[in-house]
Ligand binder design. Structure first.
Ligand code: HPA
Length: 276
């Protein structure tokens, strides 16, 4: 971690003062998933700006707020908004919130994101549960000085927890979603890919392509948390349709499926509590 980052324990202690609830599940919201906040029975919320070391993010809606509450009756922590590597932040800042979650006592993290569909069968509006990832961001969030007490060389053989994957699939099925599974490839961005890149990435094994999640998953695994991930396929990856890509399309699809996405997360929280 970079020297400028404060200890994650400081923000974690602040969060413990905020609410008496002690969730073990945290959900990080990406595009397409924010609507779940309307289903959250909120106990406390805090702006990232008040949490030492948290990144400055977003200006719209609830971006840059952390919530503690109950989802489907189950205590959860929900992080609305994340810092992206393409914004120019160092990886230590992009992944800082994940270290705070670990310091707080979170055991299981669900990472959500918007992604382009590279697999031929994927359609905009689909949901893909991550079974694995490919890091093509050009760097690794664990690069740099070792973190005391944590492994230097982190095993990523089973980065995404098998039990949580099954719960996600079930959560989707319960609201009528035909949940896809696949490999998420993380690129730096912020430009979208070229069609040639998408063809190459597909050959490498990518089913969906996005600009987040992987750094958080790597750090969460280093901290010993179980990780799950789900992508909202907001668009066909470049060259997969005749059309140009636009951020407007990403937002449009996210808006179209937001109710389903929220329902899936709520079902997931309930199944999670039952499985404990
Ligand atoms: N590529 C990369 N990131 C994305 C995409 C995409 O097509 N859609 C949403 N995030």
């Amino acid at each position: 971690m970079s020297k400028e980052q404060p200890s994650p324990k400081i923000a974690a202690a602040r969060l413990k003062q905020l609410s008496r609830l002690r969730p073990t599940l945290a959900i990080i919201l990406g595009s397409g998933f924010h609507h779940v906040l309307s289903a959250l029975d909120e106990d406390a919320r805090i702006s990232y700006a008040k949490l030492p070391g948290f990144p400055p993010v977003g200006v719209s809606g609830h971006a840059g707020e952390l919530f503690i509450g109950r989802l489907g009756g189950v205590p959860v922590m929900v992080l609305s908004g994340r810092a992206h590597f393409y914004e120019g932040h160092p990886m230590a800042l992009v992944t800082f919130a994940v270290r705070v979650l670990a310091a707080y006592g979170i055991k299981d993290v669900l990472l959500t994101n918007a992604a382009g569909g590279a697999a031929r069968s994927f359609r905009p509006g689909d949901f893909m549960v991550l079974t694995d990832h490919i890091n093509l961001m050009g760097t690794n969030p664990l690069r740099g000085a070792p973190v005391a007490g944590l492994p230097r060389f982190v095993d990523m053989t089973r980065a995404y927890d098998v039990k949580l994957i099954e719960l996600l699939r079930k959560a989707g099925r319960e609201c009528g979603i035909k949940v896809r599974s696949g490999v998420y490839m993380a690129v730096c961005g912020p430009s979208y890919e070229t069609p040639a890149e998408v063809r190459a990435f597909t050959k490498l094994g990518a089913d969906a392509i996005g600009m987040s999640t992987v750094p958080e998953a790597v750090v969460a695994r280093q901290c010993g948390m179980n990780v799950a991930g789900v992508s909202c396929i907001t668009n066909l990856a470049a060259g997969r349709s005749g059309q140009a890509l636009s951020h407007a399309e990403v937002l449009e699809t996210a808006e179209r499926v937001k109710v389903l996405a929220a329902q899936m997360l709520k079902n997931f929280a309930k199944l999670y509590a039952r499985g404990k």
